[in-house]
Ligand binder design. Structure first.
Ligand SMILES: [Zn+2]
Length: 233
């Protein structure tokens, strides 16, 4: 049984000191007492990292959308190894990122739920799919816009899965507004994009064809995802 032993064990019990020191550190991180700000920050990062890795492993095994995307990447000759999906702290307010060389970053300090990580990971895997299947030039704003429209629409970012879970296969107006807004924000962050108007123009120019391109989530798959993806909330 765990008891409040902090006062009695510190000076006497040195046999168990390593485990106790670990416990003490953990408690200190939670309470913030007796540690430097740097130690506290490092403690948080360690906890976030462990949680991120745990969620990542679970999602790669059990999430319908993540497993589906990984499978299609594999079938397209672009297998994504476990180690290429990295949990790391990010400076910006984003939740994830994709590198054309074949890596995905999950921002462990900005992902507060497994559900959010599922959306983020699916989003980045759609980018990876596009990069693998199509000849994407990420400096070309129309190319980037197209992949952002698809990634935001097909991941849970705009509640695509939730709509499917309710049996709605058609996209709602709200969904489209959300996808458009998020795509413009991402294109705006492209170093090749001078201003928001340019980002909006790029998104509008490719909207029709890219929004309606639901590969690899094709029509047959829609009903399967709707059935297997039963988690609500
Ligand atoms: Zn994106």
């Amino acid at each position: 049984m765990e008891r409040n032993s902090s006062s009695s064990s510190t000076s006497e019990d040195s046999g168990n000191s390593t485990a106790f020191q670990r416990w003490l550190k953990k408690a200190a991180v939670l309470t913030g007492i007796g540690i430097t700000p740097e130690e506290r920050q490092r403690g948080y990062e360690d906890q976030q990292h462990v949680r991120c890795e745990k969620w990542k492993t679970e999602l790669m095994s059990y999430s319908p959308s993540v497993v589906f995307m990984l499978k299609h990447l594999r079938l397209s000759g672009c297998t994504v190894p476990h180690g290429n999906i990295i949990c790391a702290p990010c400076d910006l307010t984003r939740s994830g990122g994709f590198h054309p060389a074949g890596g995905i970053v999950l921002c462990q300090n900005h992902l507060s739920s497994k559900r959010q990580m599922e959306d983020t990971l699916t989003h980045e895997l759609v980018h990876m799919h596009d990069h693998c299947k199509f000849n994407v030039d990420w400096h070309n704003l129309r190319h980037h816009a197209c992949s952002e429209i698809r990634a935001n629409s097909l991941s849970g970012d705009c509640r695509y899965m939730r709509e499917l879970g309710r049996g709605h296969v058609s996209f709602t107006k709200q969904h489209q507004t959300c996808v458009r807004r998020r795509a413009i924000l991402s294109v705006r962050a492209n170093p090749s994009c001078p201003d928001e108007a340019t980002a909006a123009r790029a998104v509008n120019e490719v909207w029709e064809s890219c929004f309606n391109d639901t590969r690899p989530f094709d029509e047959v798959r829609l009903s399967v995802v709707a059935r297997t993806c039963s988690h609500g909330g």
